[in-house]
Write a protein that binds this ligand. Sequence first.
Ligand SMILES: Nc1ncnc2c1ncn2[C@@H]1O[C@H](COP(=O)(O)OP(=O)(O)OP(=O)(O)O)[C@@H](O)[C@H]1O
Ligand SMILES: [Mg+2]
Length: 248
Amino acid sequence: MSSPLFELRNLHVATEDTEILHGVDLSLPEGEIHALMGPNGSGKTTLASILMGHPEYRVTKGSIFYKGEDITEWSTDTRAKAGIFLAFQYPESISGVSVIQFLRQAVSARRQSDVSAIEIRFDMADWMERLGMDPSFAERHLNEGFSGGEKKRNEILQMALLNPDLAILDETDSGLDIDALRVVSKGIREVRSANPKLSALLITHYQRFLDEVAPDQVHILIDGKIRASGGMEIVEELEVSGYERWKN
Ligand SMILES: Nc1ncnc2c1ncn2[C@@H]1O[C@H](COP(=O)(O)OP(=O)(O)OP(=O)(O)O)[C@@H](O)[C@H]1O
Ligand SMILES: [Mg+2]
């Protein structure tokens, strides 16, 4: 097994006065895809947010290691430049900013050099074709009137263009139809085939989605703690008896 790309060591995370994660240990080797499942409110989004350094959450104990470095105190911006990507649905549209403008800026920040409009247009066209997206999408304003499925496609497009080392996809909040699930799983496979070193943490409630992605490991988070880790058999158990058996 290769060395872990990131590792959470006894991670405790709080927001204001409340502790949400109570000592999470989690390790993701380079090139692997892990799924994180758990009941509503168990702390999955909190975990995704703290990995990205979201200011609303504080690490009160323990640490986050990425590529062997302790990044617990790093800013979100530094983490993004180091290749960590969090796909979340922008709750608000950014008025007047087109998808292409947004991506040009994000890719320039990641590469730490200005990417030309022509280059971004070329890369985008290539990826949009691979992801089965309509070319007119690039000119639309970011998230303005995007459907759930279009937002998902946009997230996958961002991931493809930013070419992260670690992608965190928090899918829980959206009611995706089967086509949108396929877009995401196909997108992950495409991005992974372009970069076999890609590691991903997928947060999901859907067995169907995991059947398509075939993660290397599945973790169950309940009440801010990892209660089980293993293969797809865990997901099958979950389908049969719910989370009850891991609660105590
Ligand atoms: N900013 C915040 N302020 C106060 N409480 C918060 C905050 N963020 C999360 N919480 C609380 O922490 C707990 C975990 O929330 P989190 O969003 O991480 O759960 P989740 O596992 O992602 O749930 P879901 O499956 O519903 O998306 C919840 O009880 C939530 O209310
Ligand atoms: Mg969530």
